[in-house]
Design a protein around this ligand. Structure first.
Ligand code: FES
Length: 251
């Protein structure tokens, strides 16, 4: 998942800034209003590249002057011999979002079963249980900027992003609009709408042409009616998550 690291307008052209993203040191460079993210820790001996100068697309390590191409992390000049990892960076409004998630996009042939296994609500279900759910899934395409889920409305069910990217946003269309998360392939949203008629806490908008795997609540609940063992297993999973949440609250 992408993490918001700061405002794009705070990073002027020709400058680099260092951030901590999911426990990893990441540098973001502004090259003529194009933003590039890469591992902040030099592959030579671990100095911070964000403390070195940036000229065009070349950053120079402040310790032993290795140079790297910020657009692809490649070594331009040694002593370093290993390229820097690069990461996805995205601008939403004026917010900079960086993802260190190396998870590749799921290939088109990936089964609904393997995608459902990535949904927290189903984590721990065996493959037979997941396969029994696959029959209730459907695929749906959304155009860029299309609203998939609307805040305040009751939701019909779960989606998993197959391709493209979506923005989870609170206050869509208002002056207080705030991006909560950016989700890409393999990432689910709306799982709790499978279980109840609750209002959505945020809107979800397609940032580009996006395809999702979906599952409607009525189909899911009908299936649970026929499969009490599955319903009991899901109750146990929810109870385990509740217990973990309680433990964290006590800590
Ligand atoms: S630590 Fe970067 S060049 Fe040596």
């Amino acid at each position: 998942m992408a993490v918001r690291v700061g405002k794009a307008s705070d990073l002027q052209p020709g400058r680099i800034a260092g951030f901590l993203v999911d426990g990893k040191s990441v540098a973001v460079a502004n090259v003529d209003a194009r933003y590039f993210a890469f591992d902040d820790i030099c592959t030579h001996r671990g100095c911070r590249l964000s403390e070195g100068p940036l000229e065009g697309i070349i950053v120079t390590c402040p310790c032993h002057a290795s140079q790297f191409d910020v657009t692809n992390g490649g070594v331009v000049t040694g002593p370093a011999t290993v390229a820097q990892d690069t990461f996805q960076v995205e601008i939403v409004g004026d917010e900079l979002w960086v993802s260190t998630d190396a998870k590749p996009s799921p290939p088109a042939a990936e089964t609904a079963t393997s995608l459902l296994a990535q949904v927290a609500l189903f984590a721990g279900l065996d493959s037979a249980a997941l396969e029994s759910l696959e029959a209730f899934t459907f695929r749906r395409r959304f155009g860029a900027k299309e609203v998939i889920v609307e805040e305040g409305r009751t939701g019909n069910g779960l989606y998993v992003v197959l391709s493209g990217r979506v923005e989870v946003v609170k206050g869509l269309g208002s002056a207080t609009r705030q991006t909560v998360a950016l989700l890409g392939p393999g990432e689910p949203f709306g799982e709790m709408a499978l279980l109840g008629d609750w209002r959505r806490s945020a809107s979800v908008v397609a940032l580009e042409e996006t395809e999702c795997l979906g599952m409607d609540r009525w189909a899911f609940l009908t299936h649970l009616n026929r499969q009490p063992q599955l319903a009991i297993r899901i109750l146990q999973l929810l109870a385990e998550r509740l217990a973990k949440t309680n433990e964290k609250l006590i800590e």
